[in-house]
Design a protein around this ligand. Sequence first.
Ligand code: NAP
Length: 285
Amino acid sequence: MTAAIISGKQVSEEIRVEIAREVQELAGRGVQPGLAVVLVGEDPASQVYVRNKEKSCIELGFHSEVHRLDAATSQEELLALVDELNRRDNIDGILVQLPLPKHIEEKAVIDAIAVEKDVDGFHPVNVGNLVIGDDSLLPCTPAGCIELIKRTGTDISGKHAVVIGRSNIVGKPVSLLLQRENATVTMCHSRTQNMAELCRQADILVVAIGRANMIDASFVKPGAIVIDVGMNRLETGKLAGDVDYESAKEVAGHITPVPGGVGPMTITMLMQNTLTAAKRRHGLE
Ligand code: NAP
């Protein structure tokens, strides 16, 4: 059996059509969602991510601002900008591109973003709301994973989901979102024993490790949904996931490719969060 490919690119395009339609409707009410992205320094990967976010904003009719700050910017200067954006009426979402230079404490910056404008979903109040099941802005990559699983037509409820990785930005929130959808969730990490055996019990396998091609067919239950979050740059310059796609696709029922799987969903969910934040702020949800 060869797995059906879950195209994040295609799903992303479908969601963007829905977002663009809603943006048009909001324009009729005099509201334009606005996203401010702050980039400190000149990390090449961050520059690419920021450009893509700016491009998406323009394509979807959002107000877009990119604040490119010198690498030597002090924490106080950055916090002052965040404070100004928190109070600005034409800004619904604020994203400070990570990683920040070493002299700036990331936590202090994330904590300073207004909860209702935290479109990355990293603020402790949004994380806490996710844990207790209250309304919150969801972290983008995990929300994208759930959307991809749902668009296979699979009912997540009652399924056994195994998540490999327990980072704050991917593994932990993905497992919380899967629980919210009534999956039975097992979390694996670097100290897990018998990981292949656990993974082979998974109806849904989400992999977020950061090691190229580590998870091959021997980890996959026949017919399972495999979501590969990994983005690893090989020496050849090519991008590879954490899943050995060629072998896993022979066993899985559905699988995401890298590139073109989870990656495109992350920015689309950021746009979705900014739209949600705009609607909430204007009482239009
Ligand atoms: P991270 O913070 O480094 O976390 C990696 C997790 O993998 C940790 O929980 C670690 O366990 C676990 N791990 C490491 N080696 C392992 C092993 N041999 N067996 C089992 N578990 C192991 O990474 P992350 O930020 O979650 O990112 C993971 C991957 O997703 C990376 O490739 C990253 O580039 C990618 N990513 C992609 C997107 C996207 O938009 N597509 C967004 C974010 C991240 P311990 O906790 O025990 O150390």
